[in-house]
Ligand binder design. Structure first.
Ligand code: AKG
Length: 276
């Protein structure tokens, strides 16, 4: 039995019926909202262990005013499924993975990694960026599910996406920070991208976006802890990219088990989560 063995099927694996219009919107714009993807009971089961990890991070974090833009945007926990077995069925959910595969129109997906993203009260904006800048994966079929574990009102804010920006693929080397915000805000304005936010979300709703979709999130001026869990998948069969430059070297080591460039990305932490 290895750590990435699939947990026994549970309620969180039951299928979800996606609307054709959601799939169509995702294919055109590179993002979509899926409301009610996890039930209130499922959030009541899985939020406590995830929030316990969040508290651990919050206790160790320096005061907000001492942090750079990136670290003001969110507290970040990685691969929480390896830290607490109670979190694993959520991250390994066949329901979530099937939605990811259906949105992208691929036969199967593997886990890249999970990530908790907590915007604290008074936390800063998340600068414009493309996730895939970080990912040494030789495919455009990558996707993130961003699921709040608490209700997120308009005043806190959810993500803003630049519609169709994924089709432009790699827009430059900027990782999340002041430079990426300036570069991509300029690009979005100059090139007249329409931008979309899906507005307030309830715990258990989720947005999905492609790895090349430009996105940002607003600062949190409220006293609410914006607790969000994300899961990232890529199409099964994807190979490791030859480009391991910059930040990609770390992702290669930590999330892809250093599988050599050009080989199928099937590291020990990258199980097939759909089909099952
Ligand atoms: O949670 C945020 O503020 C940003 C999240 C994000 O950029 C992502 O999940 O790709």
């Amino acid at each position: 039995m290895t750590q990435a063995d699939l947990p026994p099927p549970s309620g969180i694996d039951t299928p979800f019926a996606l609307d054709a219009s959601t799939v169509d919107g995702f294919r055109r714009h590179g993002h979509a909202v899926v409301r009610g993807l996890a039930s209130a009971e499922e959030i009541a089961r899985f939020a406590p262990p995830i929030l316990a990890q969040e508290r651990r991070l919050a206790e160790k974090a320096p005061p907000l005013e001492e942090r750079a833009t990136y670290f003001k945007a969110f507290l970040q926990g990685h691969n929480l499924w390896t830290r607490d077995a109670a979190i694993k069925p959520f991250v390994f959910s066949a329901r979530f993975a099937k939605v990811a595969a259906e949105l992208m129109g691929v036969a199967g997906v593997r886990l890249y990694h999970d990530q908790s993203l907590t915007k604290e009260p008074g936390g800063g904006h998340t600068p414009w960026h493309q996730d895939q800048t970080y990912w040494p994966l030789d495919t455009d079929d990558t996707i993130t599910m961003w699921m709040p574990l608490v209700d997120v009102p308009e005043a806190v804010g959810t993500m803003t996406f630049a519609d169709g920006s994924y089709a432009r693929r790699d827009l430059g080397p900027w990782t999340i920070g002041d430079e990426s915000e300036a570069e991509f805000a300029g690009l979005v304005a100059r090139e007249g991208f329409t931008t979309t936010t899906h507005g307030a979300l309830k715990a258990g709703d989720a947005t999905f976006h492609r790895g090349w979709t430009l996105h940002r999130a607003p600062a949190n001026p409220t006293p609410l802890m914006r607790s969000v869990m994300t899961v990232i998948w890529y199409a099964d069969g994807t190979r490791v990219s030859d480009d391991l430059s910059g930040v990609r070297a770390l992702d290669h080591k930590y999330w892809l088990g250093s599988v050599p460039p050009g080989e199928v990305a099937d590291g020990p932490m990258n199980p097939v989560l759909w089909p099952r």
